[in-house]
Design a binder for this molecule. Structure first.
Ligand code: LMR
Length: 397
């Protein structure tokens, strides 16, 4: 039996929550698990600008022949422009971009490239980080270490400890950064902190690997990438993993990109060949559909304006849900400070519960969060906010 040695694995920390939620027959169940945006009816909509682009694409598409390992060239160019803005032009000649199977594909492909060039490189990830970062990057064979990031006492960034730690790393160390909407804490660096951190990267010769999974979900498309753009102007080399899952609502289309900014054009040209070969050896080519849609949205001024306004609507809704939840929690427990709920950004916050309390949330209250106690604020709604607040307060002790 060729597979006799494979034992059943535990559920994925995030996707397992979705499966458990779906299996729960309770009519009162609430899903604060997987990171998907939800509207007031609990649906995850396809933005109208994205739907319109898809309709036009399907009407015009005459072939589904192969595109190639690097995927849609227009998408690659436009998505890097969206991320880097004017800096994209400055680094264009030394950037190698490949369309990937979502942001996860970009992270993994980036790790494979690093390993191909420097098998002994260490990738430093924040403590804590998204539950799939370490499995994704570590499966390439690279060594991983953690750097201080979150301070549970202040529910903010442990910035001094982070900076001091990174300042001790050897030159050439790779550091994974969340561009915005840090997953799972919702705690981001402010512009002063980005500037101080960029100095450390430049002085120490550290290599940023920036995960941009939520551009536009914190405040807006520009300010969310302040730190990324600053780094791209100050350090000679950078890896950028982009996901279109959340901001374009293209989750299941698996649309993303890896952009590697290299020291010079010749290095970028070489990296492009390695990107293509790595993709070819793992999955050959990325799926086209989502990238073709995103490229169309970005290229068409009307669709783009529509999409941007919808994105603004999503952000406004997440901020108002944060305010609503903070208010309901504070009403129930005026002795506790819940201002962190509104200070934090994007979809996620750590409730700060131990595993017994997380189990109780699920078992007794049918409220589903991953094992790290991360809640997806977009899963809160006007209709369930009181139940969410009651349940959290009940397990807080
Ligand atoms: C999440 O963090 O919940 C999302 O990015 C979905 C995933 O793949 O884990």
């Amino acid at each position: 039996m060729i597979f006799a040695n494979l034992e059943k694995l535990p559920p994925d920390p995030i996707l397992g929550v979705t499966a458990a939620f779906r299996a729960d027959p309770s009519p009162d169940k609430i899903d604060l698990g997987v990171g998907v945006y939800r509207d007031d009816h609990g649906n995850t909509p396809v933005p109208a600008g994205v739907r319109e682009a898809e309709r036009a694409l399907l009407a015009e598409q005459r072939t589904k022949t192969y595109v190639g390992p690097a995927g849609n060239a227009e998408f690659n160019e436009r998505i890097v422009e969206l991320a880097l803005g004017p800096v994209a032009r400055e680094v264009r000649d030394r950037t190698a971009t490949i369309q990937t199977v979502g942001g996860c594909g970009a992270l993994r492909l980036g790790a494979e490239l690093i390993r191909a060039s420097r098998p002994d490189a260490v990738v430093h990830v924040s403590d804590p980080t998204w539950a799939n970062h370490e499995p994704l990057l570590g499966s390439s064979g690279l060594a991983l270490q953690r750097y201080p990031y979150y301070d549970p006492a202040t529910r903010g960034v442990a910035f001094d400890r982070m900076r001091d730690h990174l300042a001790t790393l050897p030159s050439g160390s790779v550091v994974l950064l969340h561009a915005c909407c840090h997953n799972p804490t919702g705690v981001d660096l402010d512009p002063d902190q980005w500037r101080a951190l960029t100095d450390v990267f430049a002085e120490r010769g550290l290599v940023p690997f920036v995960d941009l999974a939520y551009q536009g979900f914190s405040d807006d498309l520009e300010s969310d990438v302040y730190g990324l753009r600053l780094l791209a102007t100050r350090v000679p080399q950078l890896l950028l993993a982009v996901s279109c899952s959340k901001n374009f609502g293209l989750y299941r289309e698996r649309t993303g990109a890896l952009a590697v900014v290299a020291g010079n054009a010749a290095a970028a040209a070489a990296i492009a060949t390695h990107e293509a070969r790595t993709a070819r050896r793992m999955y050959s080519m990325p799926p086209d559909h989502g990238a073709a849609i995103a490229a169309r949205v970005l290229a068409n001024p009307e669709l783009r304006a529509l999409w941007e306004s919808e994105l603004q609507g999503m952000v406004a809704r997440m901020k108002s849900l944060r305010a609503l939840l903070a208010d309901r929690l504070a009403t129930r427990r005026p002795d506790l400070d819940f201002s962190w709920v509104t200070r934090q950004r994007g979809m996620f916050s750590l409730i700060g519960l131990d595993s017994a309390a997380i189990g109780e949330l699920r078992g007794r209250h049918h409220v589903y969060v991953p094992p790290d106690g991360r809640m997806n604020v977009a899963g809160v709604s006007e209709s369930n906010v009181d139940r969410v607040a009651d349940s959290i307060v009940a397990v807080l002790g």
